[in-house]
Design a protein around this ligand. Structure first.
Ligand code: SF4
Length: 257
């Protein structure tokens, strides 16, 4: 059984997301609000793939935005099946991607590696040994060093990186090590919305956490129905209906309220 890195991350958010995802349970139809926030995420991600153009003054922000809006339906063909007018989003983005954002970006030391060495976009990685696969947003190869880099479109933490981001980076590090036969010592998280880029040292404890979560994900994918996590984001969850039905069924079975 192969596990995807994205399933490790989902498990951290709520183990039941892995359970329902593995069973191809039907998702609730996407509300307009959810769809819009997904599209905003795609646009932010594309900005992260265009940083060299912005920093090197090959294009200004409005030009990059126009390019992104043109190419979005082609790049995200599977996700954007319906014809959607993306133009109204342009104005919204001026609140996020603006001069203040650019100034912060220009003073970001962690961007240097990418600007000097470039990166491979969405490199697909697979390990037979771990039965794990994934596609890392950016793979920077700097001299004798491979550096995984992930793009996050949500808010950045005050310090360091979110726990699930650390896990995700460590999982990519282990996949890279299996393929390149070299130890990965660090990774990068690009919180693109805030122009906050953070370097992360890949520690032994991170690798151990990957192996532990990997085992748990496999158990869930084999059919064990897990408990929800303490901070499960049920209000915005696409499985809310089916999850509640399932809970009711089990409650009846065990005579619980
Ligand atoms: S509804 Fe809540 S508990 Fe159920 S899968 Fe979604 S986040 Fe997890």
């Amino acid at each position: 059984m192969t596990v995807r890195v994205s399933e490790l991350v989902q498990y951290q958010i709520c183990p039941r997301l892995v359970y329902f995802g593995a069973r191809n349970h039907e998702l609730q139809s996407q509300t307009a609000v959810k769809l819009r926030s997904r599209i905003e995420g795609f646009i932010l991600k594309e900005f992260a793939f265009n940083l060299h153009r912005i920093i090197n003054c090959e294009a200004d922000i409005p030009d990059v935005m126009s390019d992104i809006l043109d190419s979005l339906p082609l790049i995200y063909r599977e996700e954007l099946t319906d014809q959607i007018d993306l133009e109204p989003l342009r104005e919204n983005f001026q609140r996020i991607i603006n001069d203040k954002w650019l100034k912060k970006l220009q003073s970001t030391r962690e961007l240097e590696l990418e600007l000097v060495h470039g990166y491979e976009r969405e490199r697909v990685l697979y390990s037979d040994k771990l039965n794990l696969s994934g596609s890392v947003d950016k793979l920077i190869i700097a001299d004798e060093e491979e550096i995984p880099c992930i793009i996050k479109t949500g808010k950045s933490p005050e310090y360091g990186v979110w726990r699930s981001d650390r896990l995700q980076l460590a999982a990519y590090a282990m996949l890279i090590e299996d393929e390149f036969r070299r130890t990965v010592r660090r990774g990068l998280v690009q919180y693109i919305r805030d122009a906050e880029f953070r370097e992360v040292q890949i520690r032994r404890a991170d690798r151990a956490m990957v192996l532990q979560v990997l085992k748990r994900v496999k158990r869930v994918k084999r059919g064990v129905f897990p408990d929800r996590s303490r901070n499960a984001p049920c209000e915005s969850c696409t499985y809310a209906d089916i999850c509640n039905t399932r809970k009711t069924f089990l409650s009846v079975l065990f005579g619980q309220k």
